[in-house]
Design a protein around this ligand. Structure first.
Ligand SMILES: Cc1cc2nc3c(=O)[nH]c(=O)nc-3n(C[C@H](O)[C@H](O)[C@H](O)COP(=O)(O)O)c2cc1C
Length: 375
């Protein structure tokens, strides 16, 4: 005997508000959009578990409204509506008969299930894969250089003294996340060299009006939205505090002295996430001025910002390794950012990651595997 067809809401639907179209249902896996009138949303609300057409009709407040508009009439009308919604992929058949046939909604392949990603993450990925929106690149691009508000002093950084570099192949072999640091301050010259080698602006890419810069780490479209802040708890030759790195002038802009707030921030974004026994002498706090990337790539900007962050993080880790520094990334992000040195009213600032820096502990409790000797 054939059982009654059962339906449930497509679990990949998100509801968004469009300025012109009103409520819109977005299938975040297949990236299809459907206009969502109130009775339909009400029906979908009831369909979070398998329901037959009869059960759905009995629960659906909108059934009468739908009948009034002539869309559907009685249980038969609800049944026909469910069949149409299943064909469109807005609801799915979920009865045994249907599973035997091996169909899934409208038959389109479904990717992403079991990926460990939420609907929002899948939606962001699907949106990024569609590329920038058509109206991107309007008006002048935001400047590549941030003149940081709240600067109280400028500390010019020493030019890279050029400690002998190891061969790249050795640096790549030796890079490790190290979570224990020597008790001594980390010398400013070494922190400056990490910044110089990994984040300093080397020039502009044409056309100049696009505000695209060239640096050691690549960046989608040369937009370089990332700004680097130094949490200097114990940096030799530098007053403790928070600083913004100006990658154009190779200078630090002092934003605030060390404080309990900075200690707390350091704990939240570095010491605790990396399970460190003691706070690192220095930390780099990475933010994105999202509008720089968004100007050119709105629609896929966040994905580019995350990928830019990975490029910069790895470049910084390699520079630190080459200079003999211990470093450890943390992926902790605060949204909205809480760093006390950030301007409170700028809404395009994203906190995207962190890097602990220091001299390596001479007696690490977790030994860093020694690379095999040359030859
Ligand atoms: C994006 C990213 C986020 C990370 N976040 C953390 C973190 O929050 N805490 C931590 O202890 N390590 C973190 N790490 C470091 C990884 O744990 C580390 O790279 C991994 O264990 C491999 O060890 P290795 O770096 O020594 O090769 C992160 C690494 C990356 C790339």
């Amino acid at each position: 005997m054939t059982g009654r067809p059962l339906y449930r809401r497509n679990p990949d639907l998100l509801l968004e508000w469009d300025e012109d179209a009103g409520a819109v249902l977005v299938d975040c896996l297949r990236w299809r959009k459907f206009s969502a009138k109130a009775p339909l949303v009400d029906l979908l609300h009831h369909l979070d578990g398998p329901l037959s057409a009869e059960e759905a009709h009995a629960r659906w407040q909108g059934a009468e409204d739908a009948e009034d508009t002539g869309d559907t009439a009685g249980v038969e009308g609800t049944r026909k509506l469910l069949v149409r919604l299943a064909a469109a992929g807005i609801v799915q058949r979920c009865d045994k008969e249907h599973e035997k046939e091996g169909e899934e909604g409208d038959g389109a392949p479904v990717r992403g299930r079991g990926s460990g990603l939420t609907r929002y993450e899948l939606a962001a990925h699907a949106q990024a894969a569609r590329g920038p929106v058509p109206h991107a690149r309007q008006g002048p691009p935001p400047p590549a250089r941030l003149r940081h508000p709240g600067t109280t002093a400028t500390v010019p950084l020493p030019e890279d003294p050029g400690p002998p570099s190891r061969p790249l192949s050795r640096v790549l072999e030796q890079r490790r996340s190290v979570r224990e640091f020597a008790p001594e301050p980390v010398p400013l010259a070494l922190v400056a060299a990490v910044l110089d080698r990994s984040a300093r602006v080397r020039g502009y890419l044409p056309p100049r009006a696009y505000e695209q810069t060239q640096r050691a780490a690549p960046s989608g479209g040369g937009r370089h939205s990332l700004e680097v802040y130094l949490l200097a708890r114990d940096v030799g030759g530098l007053d403790s505090g928070a600083y913004h790195y100006d990658p154009f002038a190779h200078a630090l802009h002092r934003l605030s002295p060390w404080s309990d707030n900075l200690s707390d921030l350091q704990d939240r974004v570095l010491t605790t996430p990396a399970l460190m026994a003691a706070p690192p002498p220095a930390g780099l706090y990475l933010t994105s001025r999202a509008a720089r990337t968004g100007w050119k790539y709105e629609g896929m900007a966040l994905s580019l910002i995350y990928r830019d962050t990975g490029c910069l993080m790895q470049t910084m880790c390699l520079a630190a390794t080459d200079l003999g520094l211990a470093s450890c990334l943390t992926g902790r992000m605060e949204a909205p950012p809480t760093a006390p040195f950030l301007p409170p009213d700028e809404h395009d600032v994203l906190h995207v990651g962190n890097l602990a820096l220091g001299l390596p502990s001479p007696s690490p409790s977790v030994p860093v595997p020694a690379p095999e000797a040359d030859g």
